[in-house]
Design a protein around this ligand. Sequence first.
Ligand code: MF3
Ligand code: CO
Ligand code: CO
Length: 272
Amino acid sequence: MDHTRARITKDGIRIHDDADFAGMRAAGQMAAEILDGVAPMVVPGVTTAALDDYIRVEVERRGATSATIGYKGYRHASCISVNHVVCHGIPGGKVLMDGDITNIDVTVIVDGWFGDTSRMYVAGDLPRKAGRLIEVTHDALMLGIAAVKPGNTFGDIGHAIQTFVEGNRMSVVRDFCGHGLGRVFHAPPNVLHYGRPGSAAVLEEGMFFTIEPMVNLGRAETKVLADDWTAVTRDKSLSAQFEHSVGVTATGCEIFTLSPAGLFYPTWGAQA
Ligand code: MF3
Ligand code: CO
Ligand code: CO
């Protein structure tokens, strides 16, 4: 790709150039490294506030900025969503217990570029059903990413995720979606995790966005608690989420938020 292609599509999606890919790579790698670093802390007895403290200090130590502190009044360096919390869990005094599963979502700003990624962790021993949920959610994200290439559509991404999740008799959350990003946190388009093949905007080289499916063991419906942030499953069933930030290349996509330590994929034991 040359450096003269920067423009906005008719769908309002920014097309980025090579230098922009380098910026996103740096931001994405930092966010992923921080998620790698917090992994050993996720054990029974830890509070979600302690995990967030670690993340906030790591962001500062690396000379970056947290994108979430101060975002719409949010005050923390991460979202930590335990068990039936779907997303936007607020770090606090909650103590993780053996068998709890949690998503940790970090967004950093590095030289103006936003790196946004989340993954699942388990405290102690992983219950079998939770393991299945986590594995299906991870694989759903990667199938969505496999559909990212010029000429495919955002509907193709959503369809790949939805058919896989529903084929495993789990449900895709409809109330939250992925998003364009780059020099901004949330930009067009909305990246739905369900959809029909060939629907929605056509993917073009230079688009940057997240894919971040939330999958529930029970029904898809969510509600937001009185704190105005925490989203939970209405039926209290377990929920999982994985998120990568990606950029569309000439032949497919680059994942900006790959784990340097290879810790993104859940490898906590045989999930038969
Ligand atoms: N990182 C989240 C996302 O994937 C957004 C969190 S906004 C916050 O888009 F304010 F809740 F932190
Ligand atoms: Co996101
Ligand atoms: Co995120």
